[in-house]
Design a protein around this ligand. Structure first.
Ligand code: ADP
Ligand code: MG
Length: 394
């Protein structure tokens, strides 16, 4: 799960991470009022979308830049008016862009130097890692490729957490000395606490900046949260903005389904992530293109299967469906009943190939056969893939 920058600022405040004061606004008038409340010249108006690269982005109406420095409440209103309700395209949004429905009005600072700072979960070392670089405001992947010597990486032992010496080492690698090193230690520690206590999988500050009056502040924020921890992160979950997400994935998560939309035309409904991946592979192997990854899980109910079917059929690109179930924990007859209920509810008109195997498979097959629905049954994975590809492409 991701959140907006203005929400990240609320977490900054809670955990004591230094960052310019900001107020979110949904209308131009609110933006003006926010500017008045912050009450000084030197403000920024920042479009709130779940994507970076806003500063260099362009709105579809031609207006340039999702981050603007302004000086008066009137300007705040004017700029907010040009952003709100408009679609911002950045190198991270793809050509379709993202609709801006909120802007952040924040105090602007005079930047002396920009840095990159991130805390993330590092699977290779089974620990957390901090990545810091003197090349702030830039694309970090590019820095890693062209000038890897400008990146410092520090691993954090999960058992003992971030240590003071590590903060000082990171600060020194950024040439932050004296009072600035003290600020850095404080800020890094606060960010680490935020990252750990909020179950983040990524906290990225780009840029982390030193201002002309030698204050170290976080100017941007990108947070990712571990979805598996959301049940114990009520405050974070409340920040979820489903309008930023793929509507199919939002619907799937409501039913506890693991769904990821793809570009192909053969939908798959599978139980188990490994089987789902091999199903996608074998569809491709036989010349088809999967429309999604969908794992209904080991203990799916009839309601979940019905919901899964509806999500699949809500995708206009889908021209055929392959159901591939291995009933280990799952009862094949539950899947069969779910398929029939869903097919009847949505009056299914596209080819459906079903491969059932395992627990209670005979009952499942009998249920499908007696349903009167046009279902092609398959004997194994290869047979299933060949049949659905032939039905869709043929
Ligand atoms: P994005 O990464 O989406 O482009 P940022 O928040 O990083 O958005 O903003 C882009 C640039 O705008 C930053 O690199 C920084 O130079 C400038 N900027 C952002 N916030 C402020 C601020 N509060 N004061 C001054 N400059 C800012
Ligand atoms: Mg940024």
């Amino acid at each position: 799960m991701n959140i907006h920058e203005y929400q990240a600022k609320q977490l900054f405040e809670k955990f004591g991470v230094a960052s310019p004061k900001g107020i979110v606004a949904s209308t131009a008038a609110e933006a003006g009022a926010a500017a008045r409340e912050i009450g000084q010249a030197g403000l920024v108006v920042k479009a709130q979308i779940h994507a970076g690269g806003r500063g260099k982005g362009t709105f579809k109406n031609g207006f340039k830049g999702g981050v603007h420095v302004i000086n008066t409440p009137e300007e705040a209103e004017d700029i907010a008016g040009k952003m709100l309700g408009q679609t911002l395209v950045t190198h991270q949004t793809g050509p379709e862009g993202k609709l801006v429905s909120k802007v952040l009005i924040a105090k602007s600072v005079n930047i002396k130097k920009e840095y990159y700072f991130a805390i993330l979960f590092d699977r290779v070392s089974s620990s957390h890692a901090i990545i810091a670089s003197t090349e702030g405001g830039m694309n970090i992947e590019e820095v890693a490729e062209k000038t890897p010597e400008k990146i410092t990486k520090e691993f954090i032992n999960p058992a003992i957490g971030l240590q003071g010496y590590q903060c000082r080492k990171l600060a020194a690698s950024l040439n932050l000395r004296g009072a600035l090193m003290n600020q850095a230690v404080k800020l890094f520690t606060a960010l680490w606490n935020l990252y750990l206590k909020s179950d983040c999988s990524l906290v990225e500050i780009n840029p982390l900046s030193v201002t002309d009056d030698d204050q170290l502040v976080a100017l941007d924020a990108k947070f990712n949260f571990d979805d598996n921890s959301l049940y114990r992160q009520k405050d974070v979950t409340a920040m979820r903005d489903t309008t930023e997400e793929d509507p199919r994935e939002v619907a799937a998560s409501e039913y506890g389904l693991n769904y990821i939309g793809l570009d192909g035309n053969i939908a798959c409904l599978v139980n188990g992530a490994g089987l789902a991946m091999s199903t996608m592979d074998i569809i491709k192997f036989h010349g088809g293109e999967p429309a999604n990854f969908l794992d209904v899980g080991g203990g799916a109910t009839k309601e979940q299967v019905t919901a899964a079917f509806k999500i699949i059929l809500g995708d206009p690109n889908v021209k055929g469906i392959l159901v591939n179930i291995f009933g280990g924990i799952m009862d094949c007859n539950i899947i069969a009943t779910g398929i029939i209920a869903a097919a009847q509810e949505v009056s299914l008109s596209i080819p459906l190939v079903v491969r059932l195997e395992g627990n209670n498979v005979e009952a499942g097959k009998a249920t499908l056969a007696s349903s009167g629905l046009k279902i092609t049954s398959a004997s194994d994975l290869t047979d299933a893939a060949q049949k659905i590809v032939a039905a869709v492409n043929g």
